[in-house]
Design a protein around this ligand. Sequence first.
Ligand code: AR6
Length: 189
Amino acid sequence: MEFTLKGATVRLVRGDITTIETDVIVNAANSALVGGGGVDGAIHRVGGPEILKECRAWVAEHGKLPRGRVMSTTAGALPAKVLFHTVGPVWQGGNHGEFTVLESCYARSLALAAELGHRRIAFPAISTGVYGFPIDRAAYVATMTCRRFIVEEEGKIDDIQLVVYSAQDLAAWEVVFEDMVATMTGDPT
Ligand code: AR6
């Protein structure tokens, strides 16, 4: 499932993000950037030890990475040019800034990709695992933020892949995606 707007394509894909060939892979990390489980664990396993080394050096210099922010390292053995690390919000019911922080993860990653001249990016469903963000709400934030970016920053990004892991998650994202496309009839392409 995909939509194209202002020459950029947003694709909903089911799979393992460590196998996605793109310019930028985004990792759903923790503030200490020490690796972990879920998609973070898979990315470090496949990408190799160079990634953790760079993360440690970055934290030693800058301190912990705040939620909603993004930093960049080598992608190691991953099939991408660079790897971004962003820290999503922990779901606490929705009234603790979770939506703003999640939006910031996607928006800042897209902005950094454009700033570095990368035109293709792949995101996992940030915060929807250990951090507990409800999948349908996360899907809405992710899709809407991508849509806004490609309209407001026209021509900077060509291809965005939203990579979900399970069949159940894909089904939830598809509902949101269809809604998004249905409300886009007024958008000039
Ligand atoms: N490819 C794509 N998506 C994946 C993969 C994969 N290989 N593996 C898991 N997912 P989570 P969070 C999905 O928990 O909620 C870590 O320990 C997974 O099904 O990885 O942001 C970090 O170090 C879910 O939908 O990230 C942090 O401490 C989504 O990725 C903490 O977890 C995100 O789940 C971050 O929690």
